[in-house]
Design a binder for this molecule. Structure first.
Ligand code: SF4
Length: 423
């Protein structure tokens, strides 16, 4: 084993048990909450119902001091009954929005359950509106509906919608980091790649639409999030080559992720050690106090965000926790292979899920901590189980060395809170 604790690991991949049944997961609209903060000149227009508007407003928290970069074009009974021309109404809403917010350069029309039920063709609307508002504004469409997507799949659908419009990149050895990262984390990674002499490095999504990266046969992509199956597929179809790696959660995950990129670019081991060594050591030291509190604690993941496998790997290897069950909505075998190989050999991974059966198992197991969606957290807390909302893991900066202790802190705080409630 290397000093990072990952390279050279020889565990066999854990088996994945599929399950089918009722699920309790947010829809893909939720992704707007972190995506709209990332792209400064983008705007997300949900074409949906009042329920959709309430969902994203309550998920985002109502921002009273800043105008959020999302809104809902609410479909009323006349639209749903087919009595109004929804395309005409959409054109009017978009024209009014762009007149009021001239800084918008990239507009996403986001489909919902109601727009899908009446088969409103938002891709066609996006093409028409792009022509109308060119060259200032580009309009794209994707679905965030609960019929088609679970909550992190909204980001996948959004990024996938951008891929066909990316320019062709002819540079050899360009690195494309894929997955929305907070600016602070993006800047940390950019500095590390520069120190490793890897580049040019681009990020998808970028901070502004004019910085959209190119893609081509010389592009190597490194996934920063584990839920980007469709985006990765489309980028590979454009010639990009995926660098297989664990995801950059925790000190070990971040080192393994950077080492995989460095190996792909032929960076010498000695240089990699010199660049990442100090940051890795700092992260390990920062994790120590959380390890003390969390080591030996049993943790149960409900299927929710698709972050579950990398997080289980992190808490098991770096914090000494014991994953009782790792539920996840979907396992992309190729993307997850490096992660599965790092799980404890006896870890139980359950793909998709049957929420009733999982509730029976969590009640029987009585883990110290349960990671689940908001809808399950309160009832489980009422039954005396400590819970962590999985959605917080998307809203908080958790990637990379500097955030490793913060990520551990999210789990530790949930346990500390439960302990205080017991006193
Ligand atoms: S898209 Fe569907 S699941 Fe999501 S808030 Fe709207 S109606 Fe509900």
């Amino acid at each position: 084993m290397s000093p990072d604790g990952v390279a050279g690991c020889i565990e066999a991949p854990s088996p994945v048990a599929p399950a089918r049944g009722q699920r309790e997961v947010f829809c893909g609209l939720t992704g707007i909450v972190w995506l709209h903060r990332k792209m400064q000149d983008a705007f997300f227009l949900v074409v949906g119902s009042r329920t959709c508007a309430h969902l994203i407003q309550s998920a985002a928290g109502v921002m009273i001091f800043a105008e959020p970069r999302f809104a809902t074009a609410i479909m009323d009974e006349r639209d749903l009954a087919g009595l109004a021309d929804a395309h005409d109404e959409l054109d009017r809403v978009v024209a009014a929005l762009l007149a009021r917010r001239p800084q918008i350069r990239l507009l996403f029309l986001v489909g919902s359950c109601p727009s899908e039920v009446i088969k409103l063709d938002l891709s066609r609307a996006a093409q028409r509106l792009s022509r109308t508002h060119a060259p200032d504004v580009r309009v794209l469409a994707y679905s965030g509906s609960g019929i088609e997507t679970t909550f992190t799949q909204g980001e996948d659908a959004c990024l996938a919608a951008m891929v066909p419009g990316l320019a062709r990149e002819d540079a050899q050895d360009a690195l494309l980091v894929v997955g929305a990262l907070p600016d602070i984390v993006e800047a940390q990674f950019a500095r590390l790649f520069e120190a490793l002499d890897i580049g040019p490095v681009r990020f998808l999504p970028p901070r502004a639409s004019r910085e959209l990266p190119g893609v081509g046969p010389g592009t190597r992509m490194l996934l920063a999030q584990p839920f980007l199956a469709e985006t990765a597929r489309l980028l590979q179809a454009r010639g990009a080559m995926r660098i297989a790696a664990p995801f950059p959660f925790g000190a070990q995950g971040t080192s393994a992720w950077l080492r995989a990129a460095a190996a792909s670019f032929g960076v010498a081991d000695a240089r990699v050690d010199a660049v990442i060594g100090p940051a890795h050591a700092r992260a390990v030291a920062a994790l120590a106090r959380h390890r003390e509190a969390l080591s030996g604690k049993r943790i149960f993941f409900f299927p929710d965000s698709q972050l579950e496998i990398p997080l289980a790997r992190f808490v098991a290897r770096e914090l000494g926790m014991i994953p009782v069950e790792i539920g996840t909505p979907y396992v992309h075998r190729a993307h997850m292979e490096p992660e599965l190989a790092l799980l404890p050999p006896d870890a139980r991974v359950v793909e998709a899920g049957d929420v009733e059966a999982q509730l029976d198992r969590v009640r029987a197991a009585r883990p110290d901590l349960t990671v689940c969606g908001l809808g399950l957290a309160n009832p489980l807390e009422a039954e005396g189980l400590a819970t962590k909302w999985s959605i917080e893991l998307l809203f908080s900066p958790v990637h990379g060395y500097e955030q490793a202790a913060d990520l551990a802190g999210l789990f530790a705080r949930a346990l500390a809170r439960r302990a205080m409630l017991r006193v």
